[in-house]
Write a protein that binds this ligand. Structure first.
Ligand SMILES: [Zn+2]
Length: 262
């Protein structure tokens, strides 16, 4: 048995791809974010391949305390069933929670009923509510503008606060809803596409400038965004905003202790 490390605070990117063409080509992976915070492990948005990416990186699904879905789209939820199976060791170790918006678990549930029975429970995400799992707490401050019910999260651990800004169209009140030392932003588009409810690079710049975190991580790239070399864009954004901006890479592990020295 490995001991849990209560001082470890890491976020592992099991994928950095977003939107349909990136996901069906798997040019970038789409396994979600694996949080390991003060000994509590949580999987956020297990898109297609989450089980492959997690096991390849020696992460142990049976250690998960919860799976959180920001929304029911495939690139965020496709592997929720297999990850629930893995978290509970095929139902032999019933535990763990699923957090998801109502439309992901009610009318057309993304999770099979027999797997639901393996869980400790399902918690429905609602605007403005707070939740806790082990040593982590989080809030879902605002409902996003996206074709299905969607929430981002503001996480708190003993030492750190960070935001995950999931898929959304930019709207007034987005920036004021989030904060913390670190902001993770799902930036699908390079250029604004006003008819589609996703953030673009100019939106990300605005968010970073308004929130002024210690660091920002860009992820969930669509194809044109990836072709534009997001690591170069991140470097430019760092210079323009004075905030350390990082472009996520598949498999990247970000240690929140990095936020302490800045
Ligand atoms: Zn989406």
């Amino acid at each position: 048995m490995e001991d849990k490390n209560p001082s470890s605070n890491t976020i592992t990117f099991l994928g950095t791809g977003g939107a349909r063409f990136m996901i069906i080509s798997q040019l970038l992976a789409s396994g979600g974010l694996w949080l390991d915070l003060n000994g509590t492990e949580v999987l956020l948005d297990p898109g297609p391949g989450s089980i492959v990416q997690a096991t390849k990186r020696k992460l142990k699904p049976e250690k998960l305390s919860a799976i959180i879905l920001s929304h029911r789209h495939l690139d965020h939820a496709a592997d929720v069933n297999i990850m629930a199976e893995a978290m509970t060791q095929g139902g032999f170790n019933q535990h763990g929670w699923l957090f998801a918006p109502a439309d992901a678990v009610e009318t057309e549930p993304v999770i099979f009923s027999y797997l639901k029975n393996y869980l400790e429970g399902i918690e429905v995400l609602k605007e403005g509510k707070s939740y806790s799992i082990g040593n982590i707490s989080f809030t879902t401050p605002v409902r996003h503008i996206h074709p299905v019910e969607t929430y981002g999260m503001l996480f708190r651990t003993h030492e750190h606060t960070f935001s995950y800004i999931a898929d959304s169209r930019y709207f007034d009140g987005l920036c004021t809803s989030y904060g913390g030392e670190l902001v993770i932003i799902n930036v699908v588009f390079l250029e604004p596409r006003p008819t589609i409810d996703h953030l673009s690079m100019p939106d990300a710049k605005r968010i970073i400038t308004e929130i002024k975190p210690k660091a920002a991580i860009l992820t969930h790239f669509g194809t044109p965004m990836w072709q534009a070399k997001p690591w170069e864009i991140a470097q430019r954004l760092s210079q323009e905003t004075g905030v350390r901006v990082i472009s996520a890479r598949d498999g990247m592990r970000f240690d929140l202790a990095q936020l302490d020295d800045s």
